[in-house]
Design a protein around this ligand. Structure first.
Ligand SMILES: Nc1ncnc2c1ncn2[C@@H]1O[C@H](COP(=O)(O)OP(=O)(O)OP(=O)(O)O)[C@@H](O)[C@H]1O
Length: 226
């Protein structure tokens, strides 16, 4: 699916967080890196309409994130920096089913889809667990399942390995690598982006580099050293 930024800008209270950005993203694996406050999350939130452009436009699969807001949002799933905060119901299976309940599906269909997605991520044994009792890695997998059960074409993950130990980082890296969906990952965990198709480097609200991982990460290291 194409994500198209056309001179998209974002200002918060008159301060520019993202300078005019024009680019088209069609790759299956897209990484986003940059120093704290460089505009990465702002750029990602433009894609699912959580942040509206102050100028210019963003389209997702041809849908404008302002004019076709709801349809555009349905194309994208978003895993936030603290995924435990996006889990609404106390039991994991209930939280996953919640995303399906507004879609007019009958109970049996919701149960079948919930069971299937738990199975897909190898977490069927966690179905009845309280979400606040899950470990960091389990929470991340549960959140991914909750978001993907509704069938978005693109999954955005904001620092998915933050606070995870080495084993869980590897688990999440393998999980992301195996997703059939298009993926955009914001990360300070640079090895996570190995094998990605394209990495964007943001600096002070501007796209500073746009290249395959090794080259983009070199550019990022040069920025960080300044
Ligand atoms: N809701 C908001 N209101 C005001 N300013 C904001 C808001 N969200 C972000 N900003 C500011 O916009 C700039 C870019 O922030 P953004 O969160 O996009 O950066 P980031 O690269 O994702 O940072 P980090 O790596 O720390 O998550 C920062 O200066 C931030 O303080």
């Amino acid at each position: 699916m194409d994500i198209v930024f056309t001179a998209a800008t974002v200002s918060y209270a008159g301060r520019v967080a993202l300078h005019p950005l024009s680019l088209t993203l069609s790759e299956r694996r897209i990484g986003v890196v940059g120093l704290n406050g460089s505009g990465k999350t702002t750029m990602a939130r433009l894609i699912n309409g959580l942040v509206k452009p102050s100028g210019g436009a963003v389209t997702v699969d041809g849908l404008d994130t302002v004019k076709d807001e709801e349809a555009a949002r349905g194309k994208t799933g978003f895993i936030f920096q603290n995924p435990q905060h996006q889990m609404i119901l106390p039991i994991l299976a209930e939280d996953i089913a919640f995303g399906l309940k507004n879609r007019g599906l009958d109970k049996a269909e919701i149960a079948a889809r919930t069971a299937a997605i738990l199975e897909r991520f190898g977490i069927s044994h966690l179905a009845r667990r309280r979400v606040h009792e899950l470990s960091g890695g389990e929470t991340q997998l549960g959140a991914i399942a909750s978001v993907l059960v509704t069938g978005p074409k693109l999954l955005i993950l904001d620092e998915p390995t933050n606070q995870l130990d080495l084993r869980n980082r590897a688990l999440i890296a393998r999980t992301i690598a195996g997703l059939p969906e298009q993926v955009l990952v914001i990360s300070h965990d640079l090895p996570l982006l190995d094998g990605f198709d394209r990495v964007l480097v943001f600096h002070e609200g501007r796209l500073a580099a746009d290249a395959p991982p090794a080259q983009a990460i070199r550019a990022y290291r040069e920025i960080a050293a300044c």
